[in-house]
Design a protein around this ligand. Sequence first.
Ligand SMILES: NC(=O)c1ccc[n+]([C@@H]2O[C@H](COP(=O)([O-])OP(=O)(O)OC[C@H]3O[C@@H](n4cnc5c(N)ncnc54)[C@H](O)[C@@H]3O)[C@@H](O)[C@H]2O)c1
Length: 333
Amino acid sequence: MKPTTTRRVLITGGAGFIGSHLVDHLVQRGDHVDVVDNMSTGSAANLANVDLQHVTIIEDCVTNALDHLDAGQYNSIYHLAAAVGVRLVIDEPIRTIETNVLETSALLRFASKHAIPTLLASTSEVYGKGMKTPFAEDDEVVYGPTIFSRWSYACSKAIDEYLALAYYRQHKLPVVIMRFFNTVGPRQTGEYGMVLPRFVAAALLGKPLEVHGDGAQTRCFCDVRDVVDVLPRMVELESCAGEVFNIGTDVTISIRDLAKLVCKTLHSSSPIVTIPYDSAFGEGFEDLRTRQPDLRKIRNAVGFAPKYDLVQTIRDIATEFRSQSPSSLESMA
Ligand SMILES: NC(=O)c1ccc[n+]([C@@H]2O[C@H](COP(=O)([O-])OP(=O)(O)OC[C@H]3O[C@@H](n4cnc5c(N)ncnc54)[C@H](O)[C@@H]3O)[C@@H](O)[C@H]2O)c1
């Protein structure tokens, strides 16, 4: 039975970077949040400030945890648990594929028992190496050969999307798919290859900022606090069910300029060095020159308009990092 006063939501991956900000946001508006997280890339520290009267933390993998939960008690479900990060995807392809496909399959089966409105976290990586700019939700997807495990993340997330849409069509599961573009902010760790926390950690330590490739490749970085602000509306609006949305900002910056901006914002004299892709990620690594979202669909649906600018985000990450030990920064830089 759903509670009549307090909304109860389930977040898988709720101890992760985006998940923990979503927990904060939902608790702030009065929801009770159940978090399922196996703490593989997430951490209890991300939830250290939550009021445990309003949050229940279940430390387990998704499949195990769902065996002990009643889907009928939830008003909505956010599925964020996944194997993420370029480094992790290349080093541990089995874990990447199995986590992303099997855990999502179990989650969708669980949610569909009571047709609980569900949000599935997908990724801009799903567009693969398509050349179009910006990417719109119904654009073609293009992947490299299967001998390069780099594409396994994109393919595993694409399978998740197919499966979610199949549940929508066959079982009327109200599921919305969000393709996150680069999301940044406090609590993101650089340990698994994320660029901005790596740069901020290096700049604070006075170490070189390592730019992969020639640095002319461009990306769009959206603050996590803007992203989590809109997610509840996406899952609660009936008209969004069965739809795929890009989410992020469409303001582009080259990776070399990002490195310069980090140094300038933090008054760091760290050098900026370039590392060939092959040295960083092994032979055959392919990167996209640009990855920019077409945001017309989400703007039309909910008027999405990010508020944070990148300089503010860099400052906030640095403030968080300054309170950490030099050894934890070393592991990211
Ligand atoms: N951060 C980004 O820029 C970005 C971009 C595109 C897509 N995404 C997607 O957003 C979601 C959240 O990513 P994030 O950046 O917060 O990464 P994250 O690694 O911080 O969060 C993922 C969380 O899932 C947990 N997890 C992993 N496997 C699990 C399992 N089997 N059972 C339970 N928990 C498990 C991890 O411990 C972690 O807390 C992911 O689905 C990711 O693919 C993120």
